[in-house]
Ligand binder design. Structure first.
Ligand code: BGC
Length: 680
């Protein structure tokens, strides 16, 4: 495949001193404006504007994003490589988050598959489609650990666990980078936004940063990620887009990262709003000298920094290092050799099949009382109800790039094609977030005529993702009332949830016999959901996040520390609430199957006594196993001594001798327990 060819050529170029010398001599020929131009990244509205074309001609542009389609990337690239003085090619970026045209499950859903190979495969397929459209660089994977379901961008990441998050990060980087460059974002701590409010400030200790928020970035770096994106948030007063400790000390010096760092959208200019820079020049100086190489959308580097460099307020060596990182990336990608990039035609049928398989694997069965599921194919009448049951837009999720509604198989369509012998009734019942109950009567009537009612409820696709934090996590609008009205008919209800935020649904958890969490599954949503509802696929997804019982429990995550007064039911003076249990409604790692045949084994460890209190459990390994009826199998999950390390009192990694508990089981709240000892 052409991309493999690229990377091969790339390593040859990197290994060749001649190539390095070429870049050195290129740098030596660049004017200051051309150097800062390489650090300038702008968004286009589908195609480059005349002004952007002129910047490319003048050598004042390093890359563009949101230029869609090879027919639009090619003309502006031609200007860069034929009309600009130094003929340096442009990078073309895009947010290819979970698919380019063929949309896969949102990353949070896919993390629930606990299947890094699947994540690698979908990233590979997305990269192929994007590359065919002229894209050379995606702003993914988003690897922010998120412990707060109110935060809308929880949908874009892998959930709350650093171990799972790290595996998914590495897998996605490898998948994308078979064809295009990946970007691990948002460096760092964005998911810790206080109160889950988008763009909010954070307070993260160095230990929590290193143990919880940074591991997926480290995994991405170790997997060879080409770039990182600096985050919007500040950490205890130091904005991530001007944070030398993060970008220079940790990323470059400790981890040896030799790719480049791009800012988030205007996050360089936002240093002014944060209150750490008085104006654009200071903001630009702070960001660049902290190690942010490329300026996305602020135009500050290119417009305001030449004067500062000339006044010796920014050393030329700092500019040169940043420029070289960008140029090396372009060389590594093969852009100097092939600026238009060899185009391949992505395989459509295989990609759809992959979308369906991964969507199935991502579905988490939360409840299945009285074996309501799977539905028999001969079920005489099924009522399919709810505002999301026949939605062609929402299954695409909050950031679906070029995903098209006409590509989506809805739940209603999926059920109809699976249940040919069954009479399928459909009633929308209500809107997603409006207040009208006018459609309830039709929905109730349909449920009364049916032997089972499948309710497809949840959030609209734009209710999660960026700038979509929610302070309430119930079903929007009158959907909960619709659910109650249908359940009151006595017809068994299967609740199929589509959502980007983890939802708090206590009434449903208590009263509805079967609940399947499907998040947003992409173009094959309806087929995958029907596969699971009818038992063609045994559900195997697990929760990548904790589902709380109430908003007041947030933040709630499984790998918390113990406190000096851990919960005891009969002791008032222990850590708990008066009005809600301390436990979640559904714990991290939880998910049912129809049979005991498919089982996923999760392995957690707890360091009992250490110089720094350790989490009650930490995921250290897992395995998906599929067993036939009557079959048993030994599962081998290895945890190395180094995997037991933590940051000690001196913030150095250490494995302290002593006893550990190990738990093996189907979720973070269950399992068999054993102990072992680490001897000096
Ligand atoms: C988001 C990034 C994204 C960028 C470019 C920003 O608003 O925070 O995740 O990559 O826009 O589209």
């Amino acid at each position: 495949m052409s991309l493999l060819r690229h990377s091969l050529v790339l390593s040859i170029l990197l290994a060749s001193p001649a190539a390095a010398q070429n870049l050195d001599s290129l740098l030596a020929r660049m004017t200051l404006e051309e150097k800062l131009g390489q650090l300038n990244l702008l968004s286009a509205g589908g195609r480059a504007s005349p002004a952007q074309m002129q910047l490319a001609r003048e050598g004042k542009l390093g890359g563009l994003f949101n230029v869609i389609g090879a027919e639009n990337t090619t003309p502006v690239q031609r200007i860069a490589v034929t009309e600009s003085r130094l003929k340096i090619p442009l990078l073309f970026g895009l947010d290819v988050i979970h698919g380019y045209r063929t949309i896969f499950p949102i990353p949070l859903a896919e993390a629930g598959s606990f299947d890094p190979d699947a994540a690698q495969a979908t990233a590979r397929a997305a990269g192929l489609e994007a590359a065919a459209a002229g894209i050379s660089w995606t702003y993914a994977p988003m690897v922010d650990i998120a412990r707060d379901p109110r935060w809308g961008r929880i949908a874009e990441g892998s959930g709350e666990d650093p171990y799972l998050g790290s595996l998914m990060a590495a897998a996605r980087v490898k998948g994308f980078q078979e064809t295009i460059f990946a970007t691990a974002k948002h460096f760092a701590g964005y998911g810790a936004a206080e109160a889950g409010r988008e763009y909010n400030t954070t307070e993260i200790t160095e230990r929590t940063m290193r143990e919880t928020y940074l591991p997926p970035f480290k995994a991405a770096v170790d997997a060879g990620v080409a770039s990182l994106m600096s985050a919007f948030n500040d950490i205890a007063g130091v904005p991530s887009s001007g944070n030398a400790w993060l970008t220079d000390t940790v990323l470059r010096r400790e981890w040896g990262f030799n790719g480049f760092v791009v800012s988030d959208w205007t996050s360089v200019a936002e240093l002014i709003q944060h209150g750490v820079a008085a104006g654009p020049s200071e903001a630009g100086r702070r960001a660049l000298t902290s190690g942010v190489d490329m300026d996305m959308q602020s135009s500050i580097y290119v417009d305001s920094l030449p004067a500062l460099v000339r006044a010796n307020r920014i050393p030329m060596a700092v500019v040169d290092s940043a420029v070289m990182r960008v140029l090396r990336a372009k060389m590594r990608l093969g852009l100097f050799r092939d600026p238009y990039r060899a185009r391949t035609t992505p395989p459509v049928a295989e990609t759809r099949a992959l979308a369906r398989r991964v969507a199935r694997e991502s579905i988490v069965l939360l409840k299945n009382d009285r074996n309501v599921l799977p539905l028999g194919r001969n079920t005489p009448t099924i009522a399919v109800i709810g505002p999301l049951a026949d939605s062609k837009v929402d299954p695409l999720g909050p950031w679906h790039t070029l995903g098209q509604p006409e590509d989506v198989v809805t739940v209603l369509q999926g059920i109809r094609s699976h249940a040919s012998a069954t009479h399928v009734l459909y009633a929308r019942g209500a809107g997603i977030d409006d207040s009208s109950t006018a459609g309830f009567a039709e929905a109730v009537a349909a449920a009364k005529r049916a032997s089972v009612a499948v309710l497809v409820l949840g959030e609209r696709e734009d209710m999660s993702g960026e700038a979509a934090s929610r302070s309430m996590l119930g079903l929007p609008g009158v959907q909960e009332q619709l659910l109650e009205a249908v359940a009151a008919t006595g017809t068994p209800v299967v609740l199929v949830l589509m959502n980007g935020h983890p939802l708090i649904l206590e009434w449903a958890a208590d009263h509805v016999p079967a609940i399947a969490e499907t998040w947003f599954l992409g173009v094959e949503a309806g087929n995958a959901i029907a596969d699971v509802l009818f038992g063609d696929a045994n559900p195997s997804g697990k929760l990548p996040v904790t589902i709380p019982r109430s908003l007041g429990q947030i933040p709630l995550y499984y790998n918390h520390r113990n406190t000096g007064r851990p919960f005891e039911a009969n002791n008032k003076f222990t850590s708990k609430y008066l009005d809600v249990p301390v436990t979640p409604r559904y714990p991290f790692g939880f998910g049912l199957s129809y049979t005991t045949f498919a089982y996923s084994v999760q392995l957690y460890v707890h360091d009992e006594v250490a110089s720094v209190a350790r989490p009650v459990r930490e995921l250290k390994g897992f395995q998906r196993v599929t067993l036939k009826s009557g079959e048993s199998r030994a599962v081998d999950i290895r945890v190395g001594v180094r995997d037991l390390a933590f940051y000690g009192l001196d913030m150095k990694r250490v494995v302290e001798p002593g006893t550990f508990r190990v738990y093996a089981g189907p979720s973070s709240a269950e399992g068999q327990e054993a102990r072992f000892e680490v001897i000096r």
